[in-house]
Design a protein. Structure first.
Ligand code: CMC
Length: 428
């Protein structure tokens, strides 16, 4: 077998170094020995946005972006989405294996029994303005939870960490549902622990006067959407959870950071942006003009493109199928026609082909959420509910990883060289 090393010659000094290669990577710290003099800091890598840097070892989610493969703990997303429940997936991501019947019952019961939040959380949420964006409320609400559970700081204790994971899985849907009710000016609907995870959440959002007729097809569609969003290895929000969590802060604060990252339009906020884009286009005849604008760099085709997937996003394929199941129940969403035509045109256009831009998970999810009755502002909250078990699993993995330390990237300093302070009177 060929030697698993990399030989580097530093042409500044003529010196040669041999660095070990493991798992297709070299250790960036191994470059530090490459220096021009004893005072030289040593060579670093420059990798804005971590385009080519593995920041951790992870056994949770595998993605092959070129082949369009996504697996949770080795199970293909297609099989998981067809057969598993969301709580099963949450267990799988966090514990590493699918639960047996007794384990699933214990996990489901634990999550079900912690759905209530302290009533002061309600007062806290009531302090938001009537038109507060639900993602702002969610990240504030989840961050505030940390003050109700000071024991959560005890992150060295695995049992304590488990208790916080249960609390977050239980209480985030409750806060998310309260954000929905705020959006509609409706009184908060409290959790019903006789319902299952999805049924309880849907009931807390849509129940009026204590009544809601569940549509099980729509509930399963929502569950599949949450499963498809459950983890996606080191994406922006997961990296935020890991980076913030690496400081040793409690998980409520770390997850709140993940929610903040997800809020952005280039990440989870894209599902909301897709709907606004479809509204802006308005009708099929205006699609070519919109595409031309995008090609000129005047805006992006939201719901297209992905940092990792360069052939197709397997989640987008599954979501398109869910869309038809949902529309069979709710009637066709007229924006679907615009979306389908937009997709067809873009997929044949050289601009998108040459840049390997394909529909991503967000292209169709917003249309489905809208058909279910969720307003545009709320879509990213649903993404957050889906991503929660992934954030928790990644946080847990990070805490247990002896190679991890507080996240602290380096920089290339580009500012002024050292200079003396200028008193105010002497400044021009
Ligand atoms: N519309 C038009 N052009 C695009 C798009 C798009 N959606 N995405 C990328 N490009 C172009 C970009 O302008 C660049 O062109 P050029 O080489 O001529 O400068 C090229 O494609 C490469 O783009 P990039 O920004 O370097 O790619 P990236 O890997 O940094 O960005 C992305 C990935 C997802 C942020 C980006 O594709 C994008 O902004 N998409 C739209 C927003 C979106 O749908 N986000 C949801 C992502 S999936 C859900 C999630 O995981 O959050």
């Amino acid at each position: 077998m060929a030697q698993q090393t990399l030989t580097i010659t530093d042409n500044r000094t003529g010196k040669t170094y041999e660095l070990p290669i493991a798992d297709g990577t070299i250790k960036a710290m191994d470059l530090r020995q490459i220096r021009t003099s004893a005072e030289d800091f040593g060579l670093m890598t420059y990798d804005p946005a971590f385009m080519n840097t593995a920041a951790c070892r992870s056994a949770i989610t595998f993605i092959d972006g070129d082949k369009g493969i996504l697996e949770y703990r080795g199970y293909p997303i297609e099989e998981i989405a067809e057969h598993a429940s969301f709580l099963e997936v949450a267990y799988l991501l966090n514990e590493g294996e699918l639960p047996n019947a007794a384990q699933l019952k214990k996990w489901s019961d634990e999550v079900r029994y912690h759905t209530y939040v302290h009533t002061n959380i309600i007062k806290f949420l009531e302090g938001f303005r009537y038109d507060a964006h639900p993602m702002g409320m969610l990240l504030g609400g989840v961050g505030a939870l940390s003050t109700f559970y000071p024991d959560a700081k005890n992150i060295e204790d695995p049992r304590c960490r488990y208790a916080q994971r249960v609390r977050l899985m239980s209480k985030v849907p409750t806060i998310a549902a309260f954000c929905f009710r705020n959006l509609h000016g409706l009184p908060y609907e409290f959790p019903r622990n006789d319902l299952d995870y999805i049924g309880n959440f849907v009931n807390m959002t849509f129940s009026i006067g204590g009544k809601h007729e569940p549509n099980l097809v729509l509930q399963r569609a929502l569950e599949i959407l949450l499963i498809l969003h459950a983890d996606h290895e080191q994406n922006c929000s997961t990296s935020a959870v890991r980076a913030v969590g690496s400081s040793g802060v409690d998980p409520f604060s770390a997850i709140s950071a993940g929610i903040a990252a997800l809020y952005g339009p280039l990440h989870g906020g894209a599902n909301e942006a897709v709907l606004r884009m479809l509204d802006e286009i308005g009708s099929k005849d205006r699609i070519p003009a919109f595409i031309e604008k995008v090609k000129k760099g005047e805006g992006r085709l939201m719901g297209f493109g992905h940092r990792v997937y360069k052939s197709y996003d397997p989640r987008a394929r599954l979501i398109k199928k869910v869309a038809y199941d949902v529309f069979a129940q709710t009637g066709m969403n007229p924006k679907l026609e615009i979306a389908i035509e937009l997709e067809q045109i873009a997929l044949k256009d050289e601009y998108f082909i040459s840049r390997k831009l394909y529909p991503n998970v967000d292209f169709y999810s917003g249309l489905i959420y809208q058909a279910m009755g969720y307003p545009t502002d709320y879509f990213t909250v649903l993404f957050a509910l889906g991503r929660l078990p992934g954030w928790l699993a990644q946080w847990e993995e990070m805490i247990g990883d002896k190679e991890q330390k507080i996240a602290r990237p380096r920089q290339i300093f580009t500012g002024p060289a050292r200079r003396p302070y200028v008193p105010l009177a002497k400044r021009g």
